[in-house]
Design a protein around this ligand. Structure first.
Ligand code: GDP
Length: 206
């Protein structure tokens, strides 16, 4: 089993329509245009995987991908995207908090932010929902900045994180274009989804 084995499973408009709440699941979120689809495609070594989530009708839904029945990746619609009817927006405004309150299999949250515009109000509102769960804040499009600018932005973002009660160690610089940050994030995802990792000692066979 490897990260490139991820396949689209289903689009669920409501929590009640999600696959059974067993095994482990991680969720990707972020403001529209933060670089979420690019990150997903890069992390799982597939072109166009997250394009599925952008198809009409799948925009305000939990887009579920799976490795096997007990390991899933959920792609949430980018927030700040207003081109949906009010009734759909209202429903979604109830489903998202319900998901984070109820989902037992949720093992980790990958929150994508553009490194140049992190911790916007909508990000902070989102983070308030995920307080019970492990979170990694992925500062994307790092290639758009020089190394010294990256470090400056990272330092600022770490201070924001601390102010919000988030461990500053959970921030990482990332670029879907250069692959910066990819391995660290992949290894965290594999840990959350309980993959065997080559450098992790396997339990002794019985
Ligand atoms: P989403 O709306 O969050 O899924 O964002 P996308 O992945 O569609 O990316 C939005 C825009 O940012 C696109 O034009 C991407 O090509 C660009 N983009 C995404 N990630 C990166 C990155 O790491 N580096 C650069 N330079 N551009 C990126």
């Amino acid at each position: 089993m490897q990260l490139s084995d991820l396949r689209f499973l289903t689009s669920a408009p409501r929590v009640a329509q999600l696959p059974d709440d067993t095994g482990s699941e991680i969720v990707f979120a972020g403001r529209s245009n933060a670089g979420k689809s690019s990150a997903i495609n890069q992390l799982f070594a597939q072109r166009g995987l997250a394009k599925v989530s952008k198809q009409p009708g799948r925009t305000q839904a939990f887009n579920v991908f799976a490795f096997d029945p007990s390991r899933r990746v959920v792609d949430l619609p980018g927030y700040g995207y207003a081109k949906v009817p009010d009734s759909v927006q209202r429903r979604w405004g109830q489903e998202i908090p319900a998901y984070f309150a109820e989902r037992q299999s949720l093992a980790g949250v990958v929150l994508i932010m553009d490194v140049r515009h992190p911790f916007r109000e909508s990000d902070n509102q989102f983070l308030a929902l995920t307080a019970r769960h492990p979170v990694v804040v992925v500062l994307s499009k790092a290639d758009k900045l020089s190394k010294s600018q990256q470090n400056q932005r990272l330092g600022e973002a770490e201070r924001h994180a601390v102010a919000l009660g988030i461990d500053p160690e959970s921030l990482l610089l990332f670029s879907a274009q250069t692959g910066q940050g990819r391995e660290g994030l992949q290894s965290l995802i594999m840990e959350w989804l309980e993959f065997d990792q080559p450098n992790v000692e396997r339990e002794a066979e019985e």
